[in-house]
Design a protein around this ligand. Structure first.
Ligand code: NI
Length: 134
């Protein structure tokens, strides 16, 4: 049986619609609605994570950083050892000559994960930090 759906009308700035259409096209969505549904689910998952900061959360933190940035490797090791209790696994990929891609699987109190994400984001040489809650 098909899920019940509701039609919602949105007012969006023109450039946002243009960006949305570019994603719809690139990811070959069959409609804008399907792309907006995916985006909304990600938004609501993120919101849920923020609301339940005290509860146990699970997910992955993707990091991209310049391994030549002064001290970043030592700092990353130190930080990860400091929160060893919430880190389930770490995978490191030498992305190219300068950049490293690291995926850190975490499980623990949402507040601790949020602090970890914020500490990692503030490191010199860090290019990208993305926590994806599950
Ligand atoms: Ni590397």
């Amino acid at each position: 049986m098909a899920k019940r759906v509701e039609r919602v009308s949105l007012t969006l700035p023109h450039d946002l619609v243009a960006d949305l259409d570019a994603v719809v096209d690139e990811r070959e969505y069959s409609s804008r609605s399907k792309a907006v549904r995916d985006a909304l689910r990600a938004f609501l998952t993120e919101h849920d994570w923020e609301q339940n900061a005290a509860e146990t959360q699970r997910g992955s933190i993707a990091l991209v950083y310049d391994h030549e940035a002064t001290g970043i490797n030592d700092r990353l090791l130190e930080i990860q050892h400091d929160v060893a209790g919430v880190i389930v696994a770490t995978q490191h990929v030498h992305f190219d000559a300068h950049r490293c891609l690291e995926t850190v699987i975490v499980e623990g109190p949402g507040e601790e994960i949020r602090d970890l994400v914020s500490t990692l984001s503030s490191l010199d040489g860090m290019k990208h930090v993305q926590f994806t809650p599950v």
